[in-house]
Design a protein around this ligand. Structure first.
Ligand code: F6P
Length: 545
């Protein structure tokens, strides 16, 4: 059964939401709390070690009901079933979307075209485990007999962002191996890393699902020639491994088949960190921690698959995003993790969310006449507070923000943790309540200022408040809780894609630029500029001169 193809704006609940929006759009969050003092209980979900408080959103019980009605009317339940049962829901590429199978326990069954994929997945996991154990334990050595000290992950997009974000997020759990990430085709990126590496103790992990990506192949080729300038060609086999689904291309590059960690076409690049693409994660924190990451993701998958929509974290968060995007007209959402370890999470989610849902054609092939994909941005708190929070507090745009915090820090420095979390709680309270004119005047009255100075300052010091936030309070940053968190965002992407009636799992939008770059590269190499618009032509001339 194909995914439903319902235009959300034609549903009864959409119309009801539009009418309801007129009633609630000017209501201040402070008043919503006054009207229903128990909303902190009503609009919260406790799940495992997650506590999700979504009460500081501009909703009431009617909003929630109508948003859930909308999810039902567009047949989200059927879509979830199609997704988890391996139907080819990535219809434009005729593929299933089964990254959830990568974190399904090995005693379960996931059928794809009547064949259980779990044994294959388990075999690759066993290969990852055995390899990582040997590298970490120093049993597998470089060509001069020295154990590896450095791992270099060469990949881009999903073959870089996921492993890089997770490795950084789990830095507390890492072992002695130093892991580097090279992604950009900018030669300064690769050379900057290579200059400090010892070729005898460096292991290169070339990650590319297609093994045809220009950036990755260029960087891998540069790394290989750097290596062969210092060692023989035969030594390459001991220092280069690959993760790919394109075995012929990898062997052509010179990596032996036994050094390839495969993945499947039903794993999308931006959802691939759970596969062998996560090899550098496993090398960095050990296979056991990698497995815990998968376990956490699986538990969130199960929650998403089975919980009632009313208590379902990805469903609720996805529908809230739709509420702001399609009714309030909010264009972006901020994600603010109050953990320095997670500072790459917003960049990672930019690919996941924006590459998936940045679409303007619906599942019937028609242009949409409503807004889809939200713009995602963010940075770790408290750094973000000292950078762009001014705009969220007092700017003209509505920016729903998600705050992610942990009850316990990893080094258990209570003083720092209390300060961090005081900021975490204070910001959402400030964004909601703002500061009224009376409060500003009262405050200024204590400052011994002239009456005219007070009058001058008052308008600048008022905060309107009413800025929506969602708070995710998690017990502790562990491989398992991180797995659940990332899976939560993946499932939210799915929810929003279904409601918007778009295909979330292709990415044709990145192709055009790639094609043009290939043409322009050959013009640059031949110093021959062909037909372009006058601006591009002039720029190319400037470059070639
Ligand atoms: O350019 C987009 C993209 O196709 C991403 O979806 C993908 O994660 C990335 O390129 C890298 O692709 P590959 O792993 O095939 O090199």
């Amino acid at each position: 059964m194909a995914l439903p193809t319902i235009n959300p704006t034609t549903t009864k609940s959409w119309e009801a939401l539009q009418n309801h929006f007129k009633n609630i759009k000017d209501t201040h969050l402070k008043d919503l709390f006054l009207q229903s003092p128990d909303r902190a209980d009503t609009f919260a979900i406790k799940w495992n070690d997650f506590y999700v408080d979504y009460s500081k959103n501009r909703i009431d019980e009617t909003t929630k009901k109508l948003l859930i009605d909308l999810a039902r009317e567009v047949k989200l339940d059927e879509a979830i079933h199609s997704y988890f049962t391996g139907e080819a829901i990535n219809a434009t590429e005729e593929r299933s979307v089964l990254h959830t199978a990568l974190r399904t326990p090995s005693n379960n069954t996931v059928l794809l075209d009547s064949k259980n994929v779990i044994p294959e997945v388990t075999a690759v996991k066993n290969k990852i485990k055995a390899f990582c154990d040997k590298v970490i334990g120093g049993e597998l050595k470089g060509y001069t007999g020295k154990p590896f000290t450095d791992i270099v992950n060469i990949g881009i997009g999903g073959s870089d962002l996921g492993p890089a974000m997770i490795t950084e997020s789990l830095a507390y759990y890492k072992n002695h191996l130093k892991v580097h990430f090279i992604s950009n085709v900018d030669g300064d990126h690769v050379h900057q890393h290579l200059k400090d590496l010892n070729h005898e103790t460096t292991l290169f992990v070339v990650v590319s699902k297609t093994f045809s990506t220009q950036e990755t192949l260029s960087n891998a080729t540069t790394a290989r020639s750097w290596f062969t300038k210092r060692a023989s060609q035969e030594a390459v086999g001991k220092h280069f491994v690959a993760v790919s689904s394109n075995i012929p291309n990898v062997t052509k590059f010179g990596i032996a088949e036994e050094n390839i960690f495969p993945l499947w076409d039903w794993v999308g690049g931006r959802f691939s960190l759970w596969s062998a693409v996560g090899l550098s994660i496993s090398l960095s924190v050990g296979y056991k921690n990698f497995e815990a990451l998968l376990e956490g993701a699986h538990e969130m998958d199960e929650h998403f698959r089975t919980a009632n929509f009313e208590d379902n974290i990805p469903v609720i968060l996805g529908m809230l995003s739709i509420w702001y995007n399609n009714f309030f007209g909010a264009e972006s959402e901020a994600i603010i993790p109050y953990s320095q370890y997670l500072h790459r999470l917003p960049a990672y989610l930019q690919q996941g969310i924006m590459e998936s849902n940045g679409k303007s054609v619906d599942r019937n092939g028609n242009p949409v006449d409503y807004q889809t994909g939200t713009i995602i941005w963010g940075e770790s708190g408290t750094n973000a507070q000292h950078a762009f929070f001014q705009l969220i507090h007092q700017g003209t745009k509505l920016i729903p923000a998600e705050f992610i915090g942990f009850k316990h820090s990893l080094f258990a420095d209570k003083d720092h943790q209390d300060k961090l979390m005081a900021n975490f709680f204070a910001q959402t309270e400030a964004l909601m309540n703002g500061k009224t004119e009376t409060e500003v005047v009262d405050e200024l009255a204590t400052k011994n200022l002239s009456e005219s100075k007070v009058k001058q300052l008052v308008p600048f010091k008022i905060f309107t408040g009413n800025k929506p936030t969602t708070t995710l309070l998690i017990d502790k940053l562990t491989p398992k809780s991180l797995g659940s968190l990332v899976s939560m965002y993946e499932q939210r992407i799915f929810v929003q894609g279904i409601v918007w009636n778009i295909f979330s799992y292709d990415q044709w939008g990145v192709e055009l630029g790639k094609q043009l770059a290939t043409n322009i590269l050959s013009e640059i190499k031949n110093s021959q500029i062909s037909a372009h618009d006058s601006s591009t032509k002039k720029l190319l001339k400037q470059y070639l001169n």
